[in-house]
Ligand binder design. Structure first.
Ligand code: T6T
Length: 327
């Protein structure tokens, strides 16, 4: 069992004890909690699953992990339909679009299955306000992505000496997390007048596309100073593009997310800094919240999870390394 999960299991024992009275209300009932990721092969969601499994073990629930091979609503919706047909006790889902998943998820709520969104949200992400059509999920569990985007902008501004051209390599509009990261990034850059933010490049979660976009932007702007990769594939792709253009260490890269390759890339100087999210925490609190709700406890409408900033100065620190995602 890896470090993060071990740590979570230790916390889980404590929270499990707290929830002991709730568990006592439903003796013998084994809950099935479904986790639907944005896509199954992403290290971010693989790590989220580990946290969810750790919590499920503590509360004696069965975790079903079912997702699509690509991050898009067209592929995620049939997976969701199939999960609803299995009638789990609760659904945790990372909706791949703020709008397009509202109606499909409404079907789950109408079938009496509690819905909690993890990582991403639908609508505005403000649930149970009594207004709007996307108000029905019980809770949204994630880190603050506007803040994360601001942190990325600060790191990139610092890396480029607060001047020069930069752009955001992003997935596509409509995804709550990556939209908010871009928003936070641009907001923060307003306080850095020497930095010019070029047009965002959307890559459809395809690292190869992100790499060739980097090269095209560089061809048009030989003075390109930096790029912010707004998620794992955007960042890896942009960094590969920098390398292929022979600009490693010259065009600065700040990444969101921390796959295992981030360690070598930071050490080599290809990537200047990364903002790791804590997906295991998201999965863990997702299951714990579902279990709490199922056993009659109230749960908060929002649960904020953390970030860890990684760069050359701290990448060897075990307290930082434990937030590198699992494969
Ligand atoms: O950045 C994460 C996640 O937060 C986002 O919603 C989609 O992309 C990732 O899964 C990374 O690939």
């Amino acid at each position: 069992m890896k470090r993060t999960v071990r740590a979570l299991a230790a916390i889980a024992v404590g929270v499990g004890a707290l929830l002991g009275s709730a568990q006592a209300q439903a003796p013998g009932k084994k809950y099935t909690i479904a986790l639907i990721p944005g896509l199954t092969t992403d290290a971010f969601y693989i790590t989220m699953r580990e946290g969810a499994e750790a919590a499920a073990k503590v509360v004696g629930a069965d975790l079903v992990f079912q997702g699509a091979p690509e991050f898009n609503p067209v592929q995620q919706t049939p997976v969701l339909d199939a999960v609803i047909a299995r009638k789990p006790d609760a659904i945790l889902i990372a909706p791949t679009d703020k709008t397009q998943l509202i109606q499909p998820l409404k079907k789950a709520a109408d079938a009496g299955i509690p819905v909690i969104t993890v990582d991403t949200f639908i609508g505005t992400g403000n649930y149970r306000t009594g207004t709007g059509e996307a108000d029905f999920p019980l809770s949204y569990i994630a880190s603050d992505n506007v803040l994360g985007g601001k942190m990325a902008a600060q790191a990139l501004a610092k890396a480029i000496g607060d001047k020069g051209k930069v752009y955001v390599s992003n997935v596509k509009p409509g995804i709550s997390t990556t939209d908010q990261r871009e928003e936070g990034f641009k907001e923060e850059m307003k306080s850095h007048p020497g930095v010019q933010v070029l047009q965002t490049q959307f890559n459809d979660n395809d690292a190869n596309k992100a790499a060739s976009q980097l090269q095209s932007v560089y061809t048009r702007n030989s003075d390109l100073a930096g790029v912010f990769g707004a998620n794992l594939f955007s960042a890896i792709g942009a960094a590969n593009g920098v390398q292929q253009a022979g600009q490693s260490g010259k065009i600065k890269v700040v990444a969101f997310d921390a796959p295992t390759t981030i360690v070598g890339n930071i050490k080599s100087g290809l990537i200047d800094g990364a903002i790791a999210r804590h997906p295991a925490e998201i999965g863990y609190y997702g299951v714990m919240s579902a279990f709490a709700h199922l056993t009659g406890q109230s749960i908060p409408t929002k649960i904020g999870t953390g970030f860890t900033e990684m760069d050359k100065s701290n990448i060897d620190n075990p307290g930082v390394m434990k937030f590198v995602y699992q494969q």
